[in-house]
Design a protein around this ligand. Structure first.
Ligand code: NAP
Length: 261
């Protein structure tokens, strides 16, 4: 083993590829920067904001890291297949972070919801995550000749709280992610792949603005036992830890990172 490889093991570094859907902004962006700092070659997926994705890639390159931006709307199977084909050209896949996610307009009750809205939320948050995991398992599973790896799925505390009068469809999509983490974790536990979930609480990102209420997290901060919102970096730290060998006995499990909420 060369000196470089020794140093990488000692420092817990890796030069494998991590695919992060929605790596352009918020939690995904923070995770991309943190993963690059640990040596990962980062594939920054984005839905439409190329400028934001390119900025993440530039920031990583400025710190001598390696990253590429790939457009991928996870509601489109073709985009997902292309995302992983681009990742294959970049190196050996070691991790997937199923982060890209959306909310519908906040404050809409179930008796007011359109079918289009519900279908879009489920297509992005649930079907997209399962299809990305399919592509990752095909590459990482020892059953398919792979070297193993880690899948981290972004759930939400909404999965437990239900988000009544806010976005029950979103909460239900994250409940599905929790079941998926459990089921896929068991399915590939003997194939070198760990599957873990994170349930963030109220985190300071632009997702609240996209739900039509930019200040929602600050308005509700008093309901958090720790009496504050969380940062994208605090979620990224937990994701990076779950991806690392320090979490080597964790699979089919989901961690609340929510200040106690
Ligand atoms: P955000 O700031 O709104 O960023 C969303 C990211 O997802 C962006 O990179 C966006 O890409 C991407 N994205 C949006 N639609 C997509 C699609 N159809 N396909 C692929 N990527 C898509 O969100 P965030 O707060 O960081 O949330 C990240 C994850 O954490 C989500 O799964 C969310 O449900 C979960 N979460 C967040 C909170 C919170 O309070 N923030 C709480 C619980 C769970 P573009 O830049 O191209 O638009």
């Amino acid at each position: 083993m060369g000196d470089g490889a020794c140093r990488k093991m000692e420092a817990g570094l890796t030069d494998k590829v991590v695919v992060i859907t929605g790596g352009s902004r918020g939690i995904g962006r923070a995770t991309a920067l943190a993963a690059a700092a640990r040596g990962y070659r980062v594939v920054v997926g984005y839905a439409s904001n190329k400028t934001a994705a390119d900025e993440v890639v530039s920031q990583i390159a400025a710190s001598n890291g390696k990253a590429i931006a790939v457009k991928c709307d996870v509601a489109e199977e073709r985009d997902i297949i292309d995302l992983f084909e681009q990742a294959d050209k970049f190196g050996t896949l070691g991790a997937l972070v199923n982060n890209g996610g959306i909310v519908g307009t906040s404050g809409v009750r179930v008796d007011e919801m359109s079918a289009e809205r519900i279908q879009r939320v489920l297509a992005v948050n649930v079907t997209g995550s399962i299809l990305c995991a399919r592509e990752a398992v095909k590459r990482m599973s020892t059953r398919h000749g792979g070297q193993g790896g880690v899948i981290v799925n972004l759930s939400s505390v909404a999965a437990k709280l239900g988000a009544p009068n806010t976005y029950v469809d979103y909460a239900a999509s994250k409940g599905a992610i929790d079941s998926f983490t459990t089921g896929l974790g068991y399915e590939v536990a003997g194939e070198g792949i760990r599957v873990a979930g994170i349930r963030p609480g109220l985190i300071d990102t632009e997702i609240h603005a996209s739900g039509g209420e930019p200040d929602r997290h600050h308005r509700l901060a008093h309901m958090v036992p720790m009496k504050r919102v969380g940062t994208a970096d605090e979620i990224a730290s937990a994701i990076i830890w779950l991806m690392s060998d320090e979490a080597s006995y964790i699979t089919a499990a989901t961690l609340d990172v929510s200040g106690g909420r």
